[in-house]
Write a protein that binds this ligand. Structure first.
Ligand code: ZN
Ligand code: FE
Length: 257
């Protein structure tokens, strides 16, 4: 049973950086590299050092800090083999289902194409944490830039089938408040969602992060995971549609919200 220490910090305009530390070996990874200086400041603050960068996807706000982090720390970069051509400095290429050993802890790559085709979520089964990049957000999900809505739905559905309810889920951005305001428009009769929106308003008013979330919380309140829900289908007039079609309608409404 591995237990990882996790340190999350805001950076850029609305990204989160995350350091993951195996206290047994001392190995420490930055999940993505949004901003090298912010990651280095977190490394100094925690005293953990930096052995790896573990990449979720190739967008600039997730890999832009890699060259400087490699130059300053000599860290090794782990990411999707299929995106090797567009992740500068990639050292270790992995694919769906691969376990990456961060010291004593195993981080498992889960392919979640849709936001980008090579997007990976990283799950530490022994530590009860997952790092989902821009695929799943609190009460939201990433825009479908490279894949299809059906592909994105399958990726999100796979996450909710794979990750246990009590998994602590770390997302790439603080988008929770706007996601919650949208979510109540497609899931208006969900009391759990209503009270979560109120809590999020309060947290943001006080300047606190709304993450990590949990899978249980997302299953109860995230409309992008709830395409099977009768209330949402009724609100959208899509009672007979396929699950991915309900997802696609919610995604398209959010794109124009
Ligand atoms: Zn992205
Ligand atoms: Fe991003």
């Amino acid at each position: 049973m591995s237990v990882l220490d996790v340190h999350m910090f805001p950076c850029l305009s609305d990204n989160y950086g995350v350091l993951v530390h195996d206290p047994v070996s001392g190995a420490t990874a930055s999940i993505d590299a949004p901003d090298a200086d912010a990651v280095l400041a977190a490394v100094a603050e925690t005293g953990w050092g930096l052995s790896h960068v573990i990449v979720t996807h190739h967008h600039w706000d997730h890999i832009g800090g890699i060259p400087k982090l490699k130059a300053e720390t000599g860290c090794r970069v782990v990411g999707a083999a299929s995106d090797a051509h567009r992740i500068e400095g990639l050292d270790e290429a992995v694919a769906d289902g691969d376990d990456f050993a961060l010291g004593q802890a195993a981080l498992r790559a889960i392919a979640v194409p849709g936001h980008t085709l090579g997007h990976l979520a990283w799950w530490c089964p022994g530590g009860g944490v997952a790092f989902v990049g821009d695929t799943l957000f609190a009460m939201g999900c990433g825009r479908v830039f490279e894949g299809t809505p059906e592909m994105m739905w399958q990726s999100l559905d796979r996450l909710q089938e794979t990750l246990p309810d009590d998994t602590l889920v770390y997302c790439g951005h603080e988008y929770t408040l706007s996601n919650a305001k949208f979510a109540v428009t497609v899931d208006p009769d969900n009391p759990v969602l209503r009270s979560r929106l109120e809590r999020v308003v309060e947290l943001r008013r006080e300047g606190h992060p709304t993450l990590p979330t949990t899978m249980a919380q997302e299953k109860a309140t995230n409309p992008f995971l709830r395409a099977r829900d009768a209330g949402i289908r009724k609100a959208l007039g899509l009672e007979a549609a396929k699950d991915w079609e309900v997802f696609a309608e919610i995604r398209s409404r959010k794109d124009h919200f």
